[in-house]
Design a binder for this molecule. Structure first.
Ligand code: GLC
Length: 472
């Protein structure tokens, strides 16, 4: 089977979040299953672009409303990622450093999708599946079926994976002429609440739709940022497939970012050495439990609750603990977290940045990882933490609910709570401190979770089954 993944991000080329990790790993595992999987993404100006060799494979042009654009498709020459990687360059639109957050993102991603479709329409053969990810690429299924110029591609099977339904790519109807001539009887497919809603359109037009965990798909039926009724209507083609993690990148035995490599056999010693390094770097006392948070500092991740919750835990707890935060996001949250540094010096530190290397060191040296997310479609961090022997402390939601079992239950290994509230977080930090004091139980929990297989092998196969379930 030949599968083309279309995405705004792909690790290690350009990453803003978990979407990149998935698109950087899934195709590799599909290749290993004997399929041909390719990735096409915008040519963001990142280090990866400049440090690798490329060849031009296609040049073309398209119009978007009254504007005409030339585009170029380049291919990475050495199969460095384990699959063919293509990048689309459009002068003035896709030649930027950041992936998102420009005023003209609607134009940028529309142009990206037009280039991909235009390029595919020039191929001499047809791929079997076009697999689009999130709203940035979700108009492609509509374009293949209802834009006259691409009618000959309408037999290709399409799958939309939703990594986050909070963002839908809304754009006003005055942008509709950007699409190449289409069957205007079909305007209802583009529309949701009087705006063009690319995510909603993808859900209506793709042959199959999936989210990145079964638990999140269930939640979308009643909490989907306005799309609940659509998910209910389309539920027969919707499913949840849990993400895996890339064991080639996330393995404490081989990880080159961490100070001391370890495995299940010597986890106690390995974690202690890595923890010592972190404690030395940030001025913590190694004998206290180290609780970490890694992620975007936004409402979805409930990062706004962290300052108050951590503060209360420090004030109320009879036992001491250390806390290390890594991430960036909303200014008010960043500021509140930074301010706490002075009051809790020696126990608390926040590092306001995106730092891949430090994140690996934190998974290796931390004792507990806190994830109080309000919304978590899958969550990869809890799985990285588990592989590195760090106990996840998570809110029961979406993929967190599917991947973490409370240590109070039979064969459990994590700490779970129900609500994204300060009270629940403080209470769970208390439970983490208690678990830390029980060395035997902690050791048992570490062994259980490190023995769990969260690799991509199983999930990659489920995607193949999903493609096969589409008949055209
Ligand atoms: C998004 C979601 C996250 C998920 C990731 C990869 O970033 O917020 O929960 O793990 O996509 O699918």
């Amino acid at each position: 089977m030949e599968i083309i993944h279309v995405s705004a991000e792909c690790y290690p080329v350009a990453k803003a979040g978990g979407l990149a990790d998935v698109v950087g790993a899934l195709p590799k595992y599909q290749q290993q299953l004997g399929h041909i999987a390719k990735v096409v993404m915008p040519m963001h100006r990142t280090k990866f672009l400049y440090n690798n060799e490329w060849e031009t494979v296609h040049k073309g042009n398209f119009s978007m409303g009254a504007m005409n654009f030339d585009f170029t498709i380049i291919k990475e020459k050495t199969n460095k990622l384990g699959f063919d990687l293509y990048c689309v360059d459009i002068y003035g639109l896709l030649d930027r450093e950041k992936i998102y957050s420009y005023d003209d993102d609607a134009e940028r991603f529309m142009a990206f999708q037009l280039s991909v479709t235009e390029w595919l329409s020039k191929w001499e053969h047809r791929p079997d599946v076009i697999h689009v990810h999130d709203h940035h690429t979700a108009l492609i299924p509509f374009m293949l079926q209802h834009c006259y110029a691409y009618k000959h591609l309408s037999g290709i099977r399409t799958v939309l994976t939703i990594h986050n339904a909070q963002y839908q790519g809304w754009m006003s109807w005055d942008k509709s002429p950007y699409l190449p001539a289409w069957d205007t009887w079909k305007w209802g497919l583009l529309d949701w609440d009087n705006t063009i809603n690319p995510l909603a359109c993808g859900i209506k037009c793709a042959d199959k739709v999936n989210t990145v965990s079964p638990g999140y798909m269930e939640e979308l039926m009643y909490a989907a940022n306005g799309l609940e009724s659509l998910f209910n209507y389309e539920k027969d083609k919707c499913t949840g497939i849990l993400n895996g993690i890339d064991y080639a990148v996330w393995d404490p035995e081989w990880d080159t970012y961490i100070l001391d490599n370890f495995s299940l056999k010597d986890v106690k010693k390995g974690k202690a050495l890595n923890k010592k390094k972190l404690c030395d770097d940030f001025g913590f006392d190694i004998k206290y439990p180290l609780i970490i948070f890694i992620g975007r500092l936004v409402g979805e991740k409930a990062a706004d609750l962290l300052p108050e919750a951590i503060q209360q835990a420090f004030e109320n707890s009879e036992s001491k603990f250390n806390c290390l935060i890594l991430g960036s996001g909303e200014t008010a949250v960043e500021k509140a977290l930074e301010e706490m540094k002075f009051r809790w010096f020696g126990y608390y530190h926040s590092q306001i940045e995106y730092n891949e290397k430090l994140s690996h060191q934190m998974y290796a040296g931390g004792d507990f990882l806190l994830m109080p997310s309000r919304v978590e479609p899958c969550g990869l961090n809890q799985m990285y933490a588990m592989r590195y022997g760090t106990v996840p402390v998570v809110r029961r939601t979406g993929g967190l609910k599917d991947t973490v079992k409370d240590y109070g239950e039979k064969d459990g290994y994590g700490i779970c709570f129900n609500n994204a509230t300060v009270e629940d977080i403080v209470y769970s930090i208390g439970r983490a401190i208690e678990l830390f004091k029980n060395a035997k139980k902690l050791d048992e929990v570490r062994h259980t979770m490190m023995g769990i297989n969260n690799s991509w092998e199983t999930s990659a196969g489920k995607y193949i089954d999903l493609y096969n379930s589409i008949y055209k």
